[in-house]
Design a protein around this ligand. Structure first.
Ligand code: SAM
Ligand code: SF4
Length: 464
């Protein structure tokens, strides 16, 4: 395996040529591409620029409708829930859009002790969470990377009425050897955003610390996958540069991983910049992405890589989130805090990374999405059964994963209803479970009903 030490796979020239070739929208071509996307085989890079030109309301409507169809065919009504856990805001980098940047004196610095991490996790577990995304700035207390490794162990060690079953990690890029150590802690996805794939913009946005090295960052997933971490998550911080370029570059990155490792990224995240303390760029992003363009880009990504999960966080408002679920998002955070200690402490926001758009708690989000017809899922089965990376994609692409996902989503929702829901939520939840069950093929209906009954009888962690 060749580990690239530069970004050969992000071809800026090719991206611009493709975008410039399709500067005006071509209805016939667009409709052809949309039709092709319904085959669920994804789209080629050449198919993307025509879709990016869409401005006309009817074509936009068609794009969103097609993305909704593709999403529902692959993901059904499931929406996976997770909570971010910020364990430290110490950072030696100088990313000018982030409140954690080293020169920000307004920020109260904090690295949680293992006991404090435990306390935070207990709160999340008692709310019903099963998945955590561990997040930290790029500077660890004296133990170095061991701080992160022990933090992962601490999270898994918490056993209350429930437990965290999958810890995903969003920390600075590592070497292959360090990734091997991280993998040994049984993490789920390793997630890292390139922020912008545009080299010149990257340079302007990252003016101090190790993160200035574009190449070390853009090749991070090669190292992670080489070290055996099969599920990786990529992303862009939208608002730093032209979203059309970034969408094309995300797909170039995805194609590269697919070619090298037999599986593209497990997830793509689509954060948009939010105001961060003392950061002018975050208040007034150079390439602010409008709500319409945001939905458009989510829909295009959904059609391009239909089997890659897409993540949306509480940076966005409830309204945008509802629209985004419909056209492509498959995983969401809920009830989030972005300051270390934010779940257990009432003194907030002077240590936060950015301001949030969705302030609702987990219960409120679950009620909302249930009423919208989604199944809130806490499923972690694939990663725990080793259905990761290429193995996952080999099941997902021919549609074989469906027979696992729907039953598992419903069983984990039933577990939530039994252990954490009030009477009102329980009634609503089971009514919706009945509706979803009726939509399943007969053999899956039977299996799923049995699983729900197991949960009602007191069995936990029921999955297939
Ligand atoms: N420090 C590591 C890094 O930079 O990759 C990982 C953690 S960092 C806290 C996680 C992500 O937060 C970054 O990759 C960036 O995309 C996002 N972020 C930073 N500032 C933001 C802002 N003002 N609004 C929204 N997201 C932001
Ligand atoms: Fe530090 Fe990450 Fe924020 Fe950059 S984005 S300042 S590396 S925490």
């Amino acid at each position: 395996m060749i580990i690239l030490n530069n970004s050969q796979f992000i071809d800026e020239k090719k991206i611009w040529e493709a975008i410039e070739k399709h500067s005006v929208s071509d209805k016939v071509l667009i409709e052809e591409i949309l039709k092709k996307s319904l085959e669920l085989k994804g789209l080629s890079l050449d198919d993307i620029p025509p879709l990016l030109t869409i401005k006309e309301p009817e074509l936009l409507e068609e794009l969103l409708k097609t993305a909704k169809e593709v999403k529902e065919k692959i993901y059904g009504k499931r929406l996976v829930l997770f909570a971010p856990l910020y364990i430290s805001n110490l950072c030696k980098n100088e990313c000018i859009y982030c409140a954690f940047r080293s020169t920000n004196k307004e920020l109260k610095r904090k690295a949680l002790s293992y006991n404090e991490i435990k306390k935070e996790v207990e709160i999340l577990v008692d709310q019903g969470h099963k998945r955590i995304l561990l997040v930290a700035g790029e500077s660890y207390p004296d133990e170095g990377l061991d701080y992160i490794l022990k933090a992962v162990d601490t999270i898994y060690s918490v056993k209350n009425k429930g437990e965290i079953r999958r810890v995903n990690v969003n920390i600075a890029p590592l070497t292959i050897d360090d990734f091997k150590r991280l993998k040994s802690r049984k993490i789920g996805t390793y997630q890292l955003f390139q922020e912008t794939y545009h080299r010149e913009t990257y340079k302007k946005m990252h003016i101090g610390g190790l993160k200035r090295d574009y190449d070390f960052r853009v090749t991070v997933m090669d190292r992670a996958m080489e070290a055996g971490i099969n599920d990786v998550g990529i992303g862009v911080l939208f608002g730093l540069f032209d979203y059309r370029f970034e969408v094309m570059a995300l797909l170039q990155h995805s194609n590269h991983l697919d070619k090298e490792f037999g599986a593209g990224p497990h997830t793509i995240s689509v954060p948009r910049i939010e105001p961060a303390s003392g950061s002018k760029v975050s208040e007034d992003p150079p390439y602010k992405v409008s709500d319409i363009d945001f939905l458009k880009l989510i829909a295009i990504l959904r059609l391009s890589v239909p089997y890659t999960g897409m993540i949306l966080t509480t940076r966005e408002t409830p309204e945008i989130r509802r629209n985004a679920f419909a056209v492509g998002i498959s995983q969401i955070s809920a009830g989030s805090r972005t300051n270390p200690g934010g779940y257990s402490s009432s003194e907030k926001f002077d240590a936060s990374q950015f301001s949030l758009g969705d302030h609702r708690n987990l219960r409120e989000v679950i009620e909302d999405i249930t009423k919208l017809g989604y199944i809130p899922s806490f499923c972690t089965a694939c990663y725990r059964l080793g259905r990761t990376g290429k193995d996952f994609m080999d099941l997902a692409k021919p549609g074989l994963i469906q027979k696992h996902c729907s039953p598992n989503a419903i069983a984990t929702f039933a577990e939530y209803l039994e252990d954490y829901a009030d009477d009102e939520m329980k009634t609503l939840g089971y009514d919706m479970i009945d509706k979803h069950l009726k939509e399943l093929p007969p053999n899956l209906q039977k299996t799923t009903m049995e699983m729900v009954n197991f949960v009602k009888e007191g069995k936990r962690d029921v999955y297939i």
